[in-house]
Write a protein that binds this ligand. Sequence first.
Ligand code: SF4
Length: 92
Amino acid sequence: VKVEEKLYYNRYVVDAGRPHVKVRPHEVPSQALLALTKICPAGCYALNDKGQVEVTPDGCMECGTCRIVCADTHDIEWNYPRGGFGVLFKFG
Ligand code: SF4
């Protein structure tokens, strides 16, 4: 079974208007931000039509990869979702 197929079993409760991950405004994305468009396992990061990196945290698995990659560059702001929101894992 592919990872993508297993991810289908997770559920995500959106905290509307309060995203727990934000990309800091930028004109040209840093190498770290560009990397996020490739390495986020949930595909939350993407380039917009201006070539800037945007995040849609719905579906974020709270793996922390982006947080670590941008720990020194401070390109993103990352907080855990409020209680009752965010990912709900189903194992098995
Ligand atoms: Fe993607 Fe993981 Fe960052 Fe969530 S924590 S946005 S799943 S890299």
